[in-house]
Design a protein around this ligand. Structure first.
Ligand code: GCW
Length: 684
């Protein structure tokens, strides 16, 4: 049923044409396509869309004789073979497409087959949103890498269960150490991904099980790939660095040992026999207990290039994660110790030495998917290296899909950030597209972690994040409010009050979550030790995880200045470093990220830090409560099932926002002994 959420934003609900007389195409021509080609898929999808949206049954032909009153879909190359009409389309980049829709004549041409499928989805999205106006335009992606990562485990028994940091049920790929025979959910997922132009998916946890590289599982990986292939989504695998020892029978995994190099070469050849079009590898090394080259006093560079050389002959790429830090020996008693420094410390020295098929995958902030972080300075420090950003659709620190948090505005603060390399405009998104430093490879990755729950992410509204992620990876300047409205129309229909209400709630949701979970750049004050859920401000400190607040009776914040602190501010190019070095020029929302100040310190707003804490937590919780009334105003305008399911989550969020508010306010009230001017805190 459409109401259970399985179709996501691809519901193709019937469109009410009212009194409009519109002529639509009456057939589909999918140019020269074999069964597992995305062009073939495009034909089927168009057929499905017309049936749902317009109740019309269109026939599909593949003979390539374009007629009028048809939708023609194919690649530019195929089209020019069959048509004598010259095409006035601008040049397309890889995966780009050209769409021309004029009543009953529709032409959809991709630079490649994948692009043609993207164009078909675009056309259907216009129809489904009731946009019947004629249009002709071309669009190409900002960056070639637009992937999702999955932290799925073969067995559900790991510390974090079947999907690490997954909140939408168990894995859609595996159960009890077996890859599903019935992979229909994978097809459904591939369809959603293709519609938002995602072209790669890494199907196993970065805390990687080496078993994926054995024949027993590669057979299943190949089956998974065959479900993604018709949708133009390539599969990649996360690697365990110690595999040569764990499953290869070697007594070492030293990346410079010839037997290890040879093992990876032959293993990679084998992997590509199973999946000839594999996207590549993803590697988490020497981080949070994972093995890596440092074990043998080799470098991260040695490790990355070893995989790169094995994958290169097959056209594979290696996504090497910059999330490398010491989570054991970091001591808070050392004023200069700082986990935020780790990525630049580890990677800057190797700039220019990575093989050309290596991409360094960088989390958006220097710590770990927090509610507010400055952009990772690594984006500014390795101009001769391919880079991709790692975002998180799964809301690990951000409410785990029990809280509504629309993330694109957060992502924008990073993508639009100007790093000022060499005192020149250096937006993070222009680094990712390759434009700023003239790189051919780079882009976007999001940890998506969908599960078997019919809503995919565990909550209907959370799907706007996945949708918008794809749209932003294609075009990072896209308007996040308008994108949200597209999603709402496709998901819930065209009722204006539904669209406006969901927009209002969503746009307020990230600021509200920041207000009640940790503002002024102190990060999400959640339980750091296990669940990453619910308030637990003291858990941030006195452990080696390095997400410290350094809160004591008088003061709070991490001094990351060069003159007196950890020196992190100095990892940015001069102009930005200078801004963060001084309290006066640091924006309030990052004050405690960069500075250690008394609770009585006055912000730019004129309020003290502690009063700001008290007030913001109340404001945030109030906003969360206001979502309830807003949602209730939609009763009857949304099907009962989704209305009730969303309501259930929002009631929970409203209550939990009070738990957050009081836990944090009481904690700092007790610590500081400073009264709340409005006499709310500590007065119970
Ligand atoms: O945020 C942390 C998560 C871990 C995760 C790690 C990473 C996959 O809590 O669960 O491990 O980041 O990104 O590697």
């Amino acid at each position: 049923a459409a109401e259970d959420g399985l179709d996501g934003w691809l519901r193709y609900a019937p469109l009410d044409l009212g009194h409009k007389h519109v002529s639509f195409p009456t057939s589909i021509v999918a140019l020269n396509s074999s069964k597992d080609s995305p062009v073939y898929t495009a034909g089927l999808e168009l057929q499905k869309g017309f049936k749902g949206i317009l109740s019309q049954n269109l026939k599909i032909s593949h003979d390539g004789r374009p007629t009028s009153s048809a939708i023609i879909v194919g690649t530019v190359a195929e089209y020019s073979k069959t048509s004598n009409k010259p095409l006035n389309a601008p040049k397309l980049k890889e995966d780009g497409f050209w769409l021309s829709t004029h009543g009953n004549t529709v032409t959809i041409l991709g630079q490649n087959e994948r692009g043609a499928l993207y164009g078909a989805f675009e056309y259907l999205s216009r129809l489904a949103q009731g946009d019947l106006s004629p249009a002709t335009y071309a669009t190409s992606p900002d960056a070639p890498i637009r992937w999702v990562n999955h932290w799925d485990n073969l067995n559900g028994t790991g510390t974090h269960g079947s999907v690490e940091r997954g909140y939408g049920g168990d894995s859609i790929f595996y159960k009890d150490n077996v890859i599903y025979q019935d992979l229909s959910r994978v097809t459904d997922y591939a369809r959603l991904l293709a519609s938002i132009r995602i072209n790669g998916v890494v199907i196993n946890n970065v805390n990687a099980d080496p078993a994926f590289l054995t024949d027993k599982y590669l057979e299943g990986v190949a089956r998974i790939a065959s479900h993604f292939r018709p949708y133009g989504v390539k599969v990649g695998l996360s690697l365990n660095f110690a595999s040569p020892q764990l499953i290869g029978g070697l007594n070492t995994f030293d990346p410079l040992d010839p037997s290890v190099v040879e093992w990876w070469r032959t293993t990679t050849n084998k992997v590509y026999k199973y999946v000839p079009d594999m996207a590549g590898y993803l590697v988490k090394a020497n981080s949070e207990g994972q093995p890596g080259p440092l074990t043998y006093n080799r470098t991260l560079l040695d490790g990355a290039n070893m995989f790169a050389k094995a994958a290169k002959p097959h056209g594979g790429i290696v996504m090497f994660r910059a999330f490398v830090y010491d989570s054991v020996n970091l001591k808070e008693s050392d004023w200069k110790a700082d986990r935020a420094n780790a990525a630049v410390d580890h990677f800057k020295q190797f700039d220019g030495q990575f093989d050309d098929n290596v991409v360094v995958q960088i989390k958006y902030g220097p710590i770990d998917f927090q509610v507010r972080e400055p952009a990772s300075p690594l984006f500014a420090n390795i101009p001769k290296t391919n880079v991709a950003i790692e975002l998180q659709v799964t809301q690990e620190y951000l409410g785990q899909q029990c809280h509504l948090v629309y993330l694109p505005p957060l992502w924008n603060t990073i993508l639009d950030f100007d790093l000022r390399v060499d005192n020149k405009k250096t937006l993070v998104r222009d680094v990712l597209s390759g434009e700023r430093f003239k790189r051919n490879l780079g882009g976007y990755v999001a940890v998506s972690n969908v599960g078997v729950n019919s809503t995919w992410l565990g909550s209907h509204l959370a799907m706007s994040n996945l949708y918008a992620y794809g749209r932003m990876a294609w075009e990072p300047t896209v308007d996040v409010k308008a994108t949200l409205d597209d999603w709402t129309r496709l998901t819930f229909g065209l009722d204006k009050s539904v669209i406006n209400t969901i927009n209002k709630m969503s746009m307020q949701s990230w600021p509200a979550y920041e207000q009640y979970t940790g503002n002024l750049g102190i990060q999400t004050l959640t339980d750091i030790l296990y669940a990453h859920y619910g308030p637990n401000p003291p858990s941030q400190d006195d452990n080696p995880w390095g997400q410290w607040t350094r809160a004591d009776a008088d003061s709070i914040g991490m001094d990351r200045t060069v003159w007196n602190g950890t020196g992190f501010a100095g990892q940015y190019p001069t102009e930005v470093a200078r801004r963060y070095e001084r309290i006066e020029t640091t924006p309030d929302d990052l004050l405690l990220w960069f500075h250690h100040v008394p609770y009585t310190h006055r912000l730019h707003s004129g309020k003290t830090v502690i009063q700001h804490f008290y007030d913001e937590h109340y404001k945030g919780a109030e906003t969360a409560h206001s979502f309830l009334a807003m949602w209730k105003s939609l009763k009857g305008k949304i099907d009962k099932q989704r209305y009730e399911e969303v309501l259930f989550r929002l009631v929970y969020q409203a209550g939990h926002s009070i738990v957050w508010r009081d836990a944090i306010n009481n904690f700092y009230h007790n610590k500081s002994g400073i009264a709340d001017k409005s006499k709310r805190v500590g007065n119970h």
